[in-house]
Design a protein around this ligand. Structure first.
Ligand code: SF4
Length: 284
């Protein structure tokens, strides 16, 4: 039976490959080629809005480099020269590779050979002529940027013109414990963010949720704005701040305590961030 790739179908096994999965991105307006290192559904965080099925605490398993290379070569060729778009009934308007996104069912930078994996993906995508038309993006919770392997990976990403999307959902220790179930301090997160921004162009991605109908509290807003001021004071440069809310149902036990934040609240907060001199994008 032929398959249909839609903007709501985010299954990572739609193409039948282990590491590579296609996503039709409504936000990007085309095809995103995702690469999932965390085939064991393991992450070092447990965000209460996470949509990874059977999420467990852990790290990415060892990578089969040959298989990743074979899958990427096959997939790039299938999309560029084969009948991928026809097989998956992709509308003409969406037949463009918008990005290669290292983003999977867990934290990608927990991979042991993260730097080599990023370099391999960059090399194959370059050989396939995808850059600079397609973006090269790492989506990360940023918690491991202090590691030298991760820093080497960010340098490799930058060499291919790539960018980091660094998750920061709360600037208070209580908020991070609640939303992300992590003990990493605000200071440690900020230092990792500054490091990331120095090594590779970095965007901040912040998922704001309404937990138990608390909305976006003054305390959380204040702490977030203060953190951004600290980033500026330390000469940290962020390409953009991306504010968004939950789009799909969480697969975590807290799912029924979560609601979207309204677009009005997101936009009002975005204006407060803009006043500090940051580019801000809001995705409802
Ligand atoms: S960092 Fe990402 S993969 Fe990990 S728990 Fe949070 S949302 Fe899920």
């Amino acid at each position: 039976m032929s398959k249909i790739l839609t903007t709501t179908n985010h299954s990572r096994d739609v193409a039948g490959l282990k590491y590579v999965y296609p996503v039709l991105s409504r936000r990007a307006g085309g095809l995103s080629i995702g690469i999932n290192f965390n085939t064991n559904n393991a992450c070092n965080w447990r965000c209460i809005y996470c949509q990874v099925p059977d999420l467990k605490i852990g790290v990415a398993p060892d990578l089969d480099f040959q298989l990743l290379e074979d899958e990427l070569r096959f997939f790039f060729d299938d999309v560029q020269n084969g009948d991928f778009y026809q097989r998956f009934h992709v509308h003409e308007d969406n037949r463009v590779i918008k990005d290669i996104a290292v983003s999977g069912n867990g934290e990608p930078t927990s991979l042991k050979d993260f730097d080599k994996a990023v370099a391999l993906i960059g090399k194959l995508a370059t050989e396939a002529g995808l850059f600079p038309k397609s973006r090269f993006v790492l989506i990360t919770n940023g918690s491991l940027v202090h590691r030298s392997i991760v820093q080497a990976g960010l340098k490799a990403l930058k060499e291919c013109g790539g960018e980091v999307w660094f998750k920061l959902d709360s600037a208070t220790d209580e908020g991070r414990a609640l939303i992300n179930n992590v003990g990493q301090s605000r200071l440690a997160s900020m230092e990792n963010l500054l490091l990331s921004a120095r090594l590779c162009p970095t965007k901040l991605q912040t998922c704001l949720v309404d937990y138990d109908k608390r909305g976006l509290t003054e305390k959380e807003k204040y702490a977030y704005l203060e953190l951004l001021k600290d980033i500026k004071a330390k000469s940290g440069v962020l390409m953009e701040v991306m504010l968004y809310t939950i789009a799909r149902v969480s697969l975590q036990p807290e799912a029924n305590r979560l609601e979207k934040l309204s677009l009005r609240i997101l936009n009002e907060f975005a204006d407060e961030v803009r006043i500090l001199g940051f580019e801000v994008k809001v995705s409802p």
